[in-house]
Design a protein around this ligand. Structure first.
Ligand SMILES: Nc1nc2c(ncn2[C@@H]2O[C@H](COP(=O)(O)OP(=O)(O)OP(=O)(O)O)[C@@H](O)[C@H]2O)c(=O)[nH]1
Ligand SMILES: [Mg+2]
Length: 245
């Protein structure tokens, strides 16, 4: 009896997989620091999560993530970076609007990650949120790393970006403050960054899990009776094969 239920449970899982209801969460990481965070997430594999690093900096191509987007060559020419100019990043990302929409089209949820304060992180994230908000309908959230207060002008740029997100209601976001790392003196910067990356990883994992549960629930509501019938049929088929073998 136990065994039968176990087999049916397994068939159930397989049927669901055939229906393609495994969730797809796409993480868009803008800028250099976010690229490193994307690598951290990618190395630890969360089922259903795809990491995409986006930058105008060619070094994005060297990252170990699921996908890399090197944008802006046509705008920047031989310049290697936005040189901190948020508007340059915004312009480049706005030109890549079609790509952003296409890339996120099949996602059940989108997570934007950026360390605010630089050009690409700040401008890229803001512009992408604007693009995704315009399309609407898709769950989206942002995870922002705030620069150290010591980086005064970067910190100011980051706060300005948060104000813009709030005022224009660009989307839900959470912040992870670099200053927090200063609370544990004696800890190396590498260790401190690792703790921060882990915190962000956990957030992404929670979103992925929530997305999976939501999709499964919706699927079960739609197919509940049918699913049971299919499972019974497959189970009977298996039994028959067993008997005739
Ligand atoms: N967590 C983490 N934060 C970093 C790292 N390097 C820089 N930062 C922080 O992230 C902020 C933004 O830096 P980047 O992401 O490198 O900048 P960017 O978005 O690539 O900007 P541009 O190069 O100007 O286009 C900085 O102000 C730092 O506070 C890193 O290795 N890890
Ligand atoms: Mg950079």
């Amino acid at each position: 009896m136990e065994n039968m239920n176990e087999i049916k449970e397994r068939i159930r899982a397989m049927v669901k997989e055939e229906f393609g209801i495994s969730p797809k969460v796409k993480v868009l990481a803008f800028g250099g620091a976010a690229g490193k965070i994307a690598e951290y997430i990618s190395a630890r594999k969360i089922p259903g999560v795809k990491t995409i690093a986006v930058n105008v900096d060619e070094r994005v191509m060297g990252l170990a993530v699921d996908k890399k987007m090197w944008l802006g060559k046509e705008v920047l020419g031989t310049h290697k970076d936005t040189a901190g100019y948020v508007n340059v990043a915004r312009y480049v990302v706005d030109r890549s609007k079609a790509w952003i929409l296409e890339e996120t089209n099949d996602a059940d949820a989108v997570i934007i990650i950026a360390a605010l304060g630089g050009g690409m992180g700040t401008g890229g994230a803001l512009e992408a949120m604007k693009i995704l908000k315009e399309r609407g309908e898709k769950p989206m959230m942002a995870i922002f790393v705030l620069p150290f207060s010591l980086e005064a002008s970067r910190r100011e740029k980051a706060m300005e970006a948060l104000r813009e997100v709030k005022e224009n209601d660009l989307g839900t976001y959470v912040t992870v403050d670099s200053d927090k790392m200063l609370n544990s003196p004696g800890v190396t910067l590498k260790r401190a960054y690792d703790t921060m990356y882990k915190e962000i990883f956990d957030m992404v994992a929670r979103v992925a899990n929530f997305t999976r549960v939501t999709i499964e629930r919706k699927f079960e509501e739609m197919y509940l009776d049918k699913l049971d019938v299919i499972v019974e049929e497959k189970y009977a088929e298996l039994l028959n094969e067993e008997i005739s073998a």
